[in-house]
Design a protein around this ligand. Structure first.
Ligand code: ATP
Ligand code: MG
Length: 314
């Protein structure tokens, strides 16, 4: 049986937020009274992740993804439930835990701002006591996956967002951790940099069998990297299975794209079991001249959108 790298059992996180009252009177009242409201950011989430998996941890804004990642990495302590990462309790054994994990929070670099990347690498090598040979091998692996020369001698502060993200990911993998947490690693990046980052993550996962927990709003990341996805909504886990399983479930759904005379494309998702595609085309033709038709399988993006909308409605 594969090794379980991360186990969460019934994990919840409650934030207590001080209620603020308006105006001067309110501010004075706030000084003396302590009115708290509570936000249940994560509710009874259980999750088991095996060695080498890349999990897409998905959900709409505010669903509780980052809060979960923070508990997994020991930044936050859960309110209830149990978490073990590499057999350790993250918030209790933070130092030991950090030796075996890597973390990238998109947009926020963990690197030394003024130092050339290679100097940051050397510092990390020393901090984590990476043997010289392993360090050199890792640099070699990096070189085989991505062109690192242009950024190696650049101070992080002079880097573009894409170069910085690349650097952050390389730094997170440098000590060969068993598991790496990536919180929106491709946010704000252009199409070609996204592709580079995805190839890098995939290559590192394959070469090192590193487990990856990835949060993202970009379904391109999911298509490129994740076989299994976990979806949370309002703190609760609502889906946990292979992405193929979802695609089968939505097997009768198609995206119908119609191009009209003005050149614009009109898209709609159709369940072929319920709606006749020809009928939709005929109805549209009554009002517009159709110049092109495409019928495609439903995309991951649309599947996830349907699930989010369904989750909200229920
Ligand atoms: N430190 C905090 N104090 C109080 N509430 C918080 C705190 N951090 C997060 N929350 C609340 O917890 C909920 C979950 O937030 P979280 O950042 O985990 O969402 P997310 O899924 O990462 O969203 P996004 O996709 O926007 O990054 C939100 O309602 C948020 O306002
Ligand atoms: Mg977040």
């Amino acid at each position: 049986m594969a090794k379980e790298v991360l186990v969460m059992k019934d994990v919840s996180k409650e934030f207590k937020v001080l209620k603020r009252h308006e105006g001067l009177k309110g501010s004075i009242r706030d000084l003396f009274s302590r009115d708290y409201t509570s936000v249940m950011a994560v509710k009874n989430v259980s999750l088991t992740v095996e060695e080498g998996e890349i999990i897409g941890y998905l959900g709409p804004n505010g669903a509780g993804k980052s809060t979960t990642i923070k508990m997994m990495t020991g930044v936050l302590e859960q309110t209830s439930g149990e978490i073990t990462v590499n057999g350790l309790v993250p918030y209790k054994e933070r130092t030991k835990n950090s030796e075996k994990i890597g973390v990238v929070f998109g947009q926020r670099s963990q690197l030394w701002w003024a130092l050339p990347l290679i100097e940051s690498f050397k510092l990390l090598r020393d901090i984590y006591m990476v043997p010289e040979k392993d360090y050199q091998d890792m640099l070699e692996l990096y070189r085989s996956l991505v062109d690192i020369e242009p950024i190696l001698h650049k101070p992080v502060r002079q880097m573009s967002l894409g170069q910085r993200t690349l650097s952050d990911i390389l730094a997170a993998f440098l000590h060969d951790p068993g598991i790496v947490f990536l919180d929106e690693p491709t946010i704000g990046l252009d199409v070609s940099m996204k592709a580079k980052i995805r190839e890098l993550i995939k290559g590192l996962n394959e070469a090192k069998k590193t487990t990856v927990i990835l949060t993202t709003h970009d379904m391109g990341d999911v298509d490129a990297l994740c076989r299994r996805i976990v979806i949370i909504d309002e703190g609760q886990k609502i889906y946990d299975n292979d992405i193929d399983h979802l695609k089968n479930y939505f097997g009768s759904y198609r995206t119908l794209k119609l191009r009209l005379e003005d050149g614009s494309w009109h898209e709609q998702v159709i369940d072929e079991n319920k709606t006749d595609v020809m009928h939709v085309i005929q109805e549209t033709q009554k009002k517009h001249r159709i110049t092109d038709i495409q019928l495609e399988e439903i995309s991951t993006e649309e599947i996830i959108r349907k699930i989010y909308e369904g989750g909200k409605a229920s």
